[in-house]
Structures are given as structure tokens and as C-alpha cells.
Design a protein around this ligand. Structure first.
Ligand SMILES: NC(=O)c1ccc[n+]([C@@H]2O[C@H](COP(=O)([O-])OP(=O)(O)OC[C@H]3O[C@@H](n4cnc5c(N)ncnc54)[C@H](O)[C@@H]3O)[C@@H](O)[C@H]2O)c1
Length: 336
């Protein structure tokens, strides 16, 4: 008998840790987790964890034969900033890795005779605003607007969405018998901020870095201009949206890819909020032309009306609650 599991790749990263912790609160789930790194000590024992590479075909082959996987949260990736330093590696992990996981899900769907749910976190990096005037004018972008990413990571995410659509609607479309196809669902996330983990490798990291530095009494040089505006969401809402989209009936979904967001702030507004909580914080602006260019290509806000309409998406944390109830108290406690 194969063990029935929910599989999470990239479980040792920022979202993965929060997702594993959330699953641990819910009875009835057996988790199988896979990451290049071990799970952090506080999450040990919460899942059957494998330290390994999503590009390792032999490992994935073993997993297919040992487990019955009903849902996959495929989080493993190289993020935007790292991706620009090693674009070919980013392509291997983000595209070839995603392809391997989709194939694994396709094989499992066929073997189980029912669609495996495949949850794929995409990103605002899938958008590419051509210039500041367009970014200012077209501020709440819809899923089908401006899909012209300017980073390797953004290209990878957009193509990952397309591959998911292919595997869930047209996979092996000329075969004599139509296979049972997987059930692909993707969320385009804004920049995420966690009170418990410090990000690395993303280009929206200036917001969480500002907060974590202020709480530790360290000076911080923000790498974007004060007027730079992108959307954000705190980690509990990211996990809530992943759980919600994974649980909703297929019939309620009108699309495969949904924007989700909470609030949109400029870097100057984030600095002001941080200074209210940490009046001695030393936050200056030292824009880095290259990283600035990437953030300027991301939209100022996301239109998440389809998610709100189809599956009642609603964030718990607006900007006031995100900073006042979640980020500032927890980050203060973390470093005190
Ligand atoms: N954090 C954000 O702001 C944000 C925003 C939008 C989308 N996302 C997406 O959400 C997902 C998770 O993001 P995160 O912030 O937790 O990232 P993260 O960098 O914190 O975690 C990624 C994890 O993937 C693992 N990993 C990388 N390559 C691997 C490989 N070859 N095999 C196995 N594991 C591998 C890493 O070890 C790491 O633990 C990613 O797909 C990311 O693109 C994140």
C-alpha cells in the first residue's frame, strides 16, 4: 500500500516553512517534503522529509512508486535576484524542475485515475511594465495584462504557468485515449513579508529587510527609490490563499492563474511605518540602478477580483493590521 500524502517541494524556504507549520495544525494530513536543505529544527518530525534535488530523476521516480500523492505544492525555485546572477541555473530549477514535477503529477493522476492537484506559486515578476508612465496609469493589472517579464525568474514563472495549463488541459492530446489530467492552480503573489523568516534572493526583499534591520538596531540602505511602489502580502495571508485555492471545487474556478494581493505601499511609506514603531531606525535610500529597474517593471498593484469572486479570496491583513498586529509585534519579540 502506498502512503497517501500531500507533497511540498521547497519546504525549507520562507513560504514552505509557514505552510508546513500550518499543515501541522490540521489533523488528517500526511506530509512528504523535499528540499535541498533539511527542515528547520522546529519543524522536524512534522513531515517525511527528503533532502534532495527536484532535478534528480531517480529520486522523483522512487517517490512516484512509494507514495500516493493527492496534492503537490511546488514551491522550490530560485528567486528573482539570484536568477539574474545565474540565469541558466534558474532556468534549470524553475522550468526543468517544474516540468519534472508536472510529469510526476501527470503520472500519479493517470495511476490514481483522478486528477492530482498541483499548486504553483507564481509572481508579480510575470509582469513587465514597459515604462513608469504605464505603471502609474495601469496600476491594478489583471492576469492577462503586460505579460512581458524582464527577468529570467519572471520568464520562468510565466512559462511554468503555461506548462501547468498544458498538462491540465492538452497533455498528450493526440494519444488514442485521453489521459486523466492533473488539476493545475496558480497564484501570482506580490512581495511577501514574514515576521519569522528573513528572505534572501528576492527583489522585493527591501520591505522585510527594512523591518528586520530596524528591529535589530542595524542601519539599512534601501536599494530602491522612496517612490517605488509594488504590492505586498504577509505570510499568513499567503498560506491562507494557497490553502484556499487548493481546497476549492474545480467547478468554481474560471481560470488557472489568479492574482492575489493585500496592500500596495511605496518604499517611503514603509519607512514611515517602520519609523513609527522603531523611532531610532536608521533607514536611508541608496538606489541600485539595476535592481531598481527590475522593481520598476513590476506593477504598482494587482487586480485580484477574479479570486475574490470565484473562491471568496479576502486577505486577513490590510496594511494597518499587517504591520500593527503581525509584523511589528512578532519581529520586535524575535529580536528582543
Ligand atoms: N517570497 C516571495 O516574496 C514570493 C513571491 C512570489 C512567488 N514566490 C514563489 O513562492 C515559492 C517559494 O518562495 P520562498 O520565498 O519560500 O523562496 P525561498 O527561496 O525562501 O525557498 C525556496 C526553497 O526551494 C529550495 N530549492 C531551490 N532549488 C531546489 C532544488 N533544485 N531542489 C529542491 N529544493 C530546491 C531552496 O532550498 C529553498 O528552501 C517560489 O516558487 C517563489 O518563486 C515567492
Amino acid at each position: 500500500m502506498r502512503t497517501r500524502v500531500v507533497m511540498i517541494t521547497g519546504c525549507s524556504g520562507e513560504i514552505g516553512q509557514a505552510l508546513v507549520a500550518d499543515f501541522a495544525e490540521r489533523p488528517g494530513y500526511e506530509l512528504l517534503t523535499l528540499d535541498l536543505k533539511p527542515l528547520p529544527a522546529e519543524l522536524e518530525g512534522r513531515s517525511r522529509h527528503i533532502v534532495g534535488d527536484i532535478l534528480d530523476d531517480a529520486l522523483l521516480g522512487r517517490i512516484v512508486t512509494e507514495y500516493e500523492i493527492h496534492t503537490i505544492f511546488h514551491l522550490a525555485a530560485l528567486l528573482s535576484a539570484r536568477g539574474e546572477f545565474t540565469p541558466e541555473l534558474a532556468h534549470r530549477v524553475n522550468v526543468e524542475g517544474t516540468l519534472r514535477l508536472l510529469k510526476l503529477a501527470a503520472e500519479q493522476s493517470e495511476w490514481q485515475g483522478r486528477p492530482v492537484r498541483f499548486i504553483f506559486p507564481s509572481s508579480i515578476a510575470a509582469y513587465g511594465m514597459p515604462d513608469p508612465a504605464t505603471k502609474a496609469r495601469d496600476s491594478r493589472v489583471r492576469e492577462w495584462d503586460w505579460n512581458q517579464p524582464q527577468t529570467m525568474y519572471g520568464c520562468n514563472k510565466l512559462y511554468g504557468e503555461l506548462l501547468g495549463a498544458y498538462y491540465s488541459t492538452n497533455y498528450r492530446q493526440l494519444a488514442a485515449e485521453r489521459p486523466v489530467m492533473l488539476d493545475f492552480r496558480s497564484l501570482r503573489f506580490p512581495g511577501l513579508i514574514s515576521a519569522y523568516t528573513v528572505p534572501s534572493g528576492g527583489t522585493s526583499d527591501y520591505a522585510p529587510e527594512m523591518l528586520h534591520a530596524a528591529a535589530q538596531g542595524k542601519p539599512y540602505q534601501c536599494f530602491v527609490r522612496p517612490d517605488t511602489r509594488i504590492p505586498f502580502m504577509v505570510m499568513p495571508d499567503a498560506v491562507k490563499s494557497l490553502m484556499q485555492v487548493a481546497a476549492v471545487d474545480h467547478g468554481s474556478l474560471s481560470r488557472l492563474v489568479y492574482n492575489v494581493t493585500s496592500f500596495s505601499l511605496s518604499a517611503a511609506e514603509i519607512r514611515e511605518i517602520v519609523l513609527e514603531a522603531f523611532p531610532d531606525a536608521d533607514i536611508t535610500f541608496e538606489p541600485d540602478v539595476r535592481r531598481q529597474g527590475i522593481v520598476d517593471s513590476w506593477p504598482a498593484d494587482l487586480n485580484d477580483d477574479p479570486a475574490r469572486r470565484d473562491w471568496d479570496w479576502k486577505p486577513e491583513y490590510d496594511a494597518r493590521r499587517a504591520f500593527g498586529d503581525y509584523l511589528i509585534p512578532n519581529i520586535r519579540q524575535r529580536y528582543c
